[in-house]
Design a protein around this ligand. Structure first.
Ligand SMILES: N[C@@H](CCC(=O)N[C@@H](CS)C(=O)NCC(=O)O)C(=O)O
Length: 212
């Protein structure tokens, strides 16, 4: 299988963190890396659009040549073919909680952050748009406050003592904020989240994926 990705782009980063966490737990998922240079516009070229007509990363290409686009279906596919260690939790309730936190990280933090960064200093050359940037900035403090409260008991990961996909999405979003030089006020306003962020990034398993 081949994974098409680009460094620091948050959705491919989410998948790469997931694979790193799985393999640290002994999964042995082997993916061939294909880097698609987003700033050069390679995602818009015909060869790439043949893999994903929407011209976005990540893409997982299976050995039979078929592709899966969208980060979560890619993760769900890998989770089905390689269930251990479970990255969505072990019971219906913990799986629902992990998915809830993952959706909050994606929809309420990563999505507005991406809108803001693309409206201020877009790495793929989108035009600046101050109104979009300002509106997006107002959206993420609620999510940061929520995660800060969840992590306030000092737990290692969002769902407790095991990493889940929710941690992967949150870490990918926070790295993208650093890339976009967006000050989220973690140290001053969200100390538990700042502690989690530092600790998550310092782990050997995540260090090769998170470069910022
Ligand atoms: N919902 C998609 C979002 C994919 C996405 O936005 N990919 C970005 C990188 S994080 C991309 O390829 N952007 C390049 C472009 O739109 O030109 C997913 O979860 O995979």
């Amino acid at each position: 299988m081949k994974l098409y990705w680009f460094q620091v782009a948050p959705n491919p980063t989410k998948v790469r963190l997931y694979v790193a966490e799985k393999n640290a737990g002994g999964a042995g998922i082997s993916l061939e890396d294909v880097v698609v240079k987003l700033p050069k516009g390679e995602q818009r070229e015909a060869a790439f659009r043949a893999l994903n007509p929407f011209g976005q990363l990540p893409v997982l290409e299976l050995d039979d040549g078929t592709t899966i686009v969208e980060s979560l279906p890619i993760i769900d596919y890998l989770e089905e073919i390689c269930p251990a260690p479970p990255m969505w939790g072990e019971t219906p309730r913990t799986r629902a909680r992990a998915r809830e936190l993952e959706r909050i990280a994606d929809a309420r933090l990563l999505a507005p952050l991406a809108r803001h960064i693309h409206a201020t200093r877009s790495p793929v050359g989108l035009p600046p748009n101050a109104a979009v940037a300002d509106h997006a900035r107002g959206e993420w403090p609620a999510a940061l406050g929520y995660f800060d409260e969840v992590l306030g008991d000092g737990r290692a990961f969002l769902c407790g003592e095991q990493a889940t996909v929710a941690d992967c999405t949150l870490a990918a979003a926070l790295q993208f904020a650093r890339f976009g030089e967006v000050d989220l006020g973690l140290a001053s306003e969200f100390p538990a989240l700042a502690r989690w962020d530092r600790a998550y990034r310092e782990r050997e398993v995540t260090r090769e994926v998170l470069v910022l």
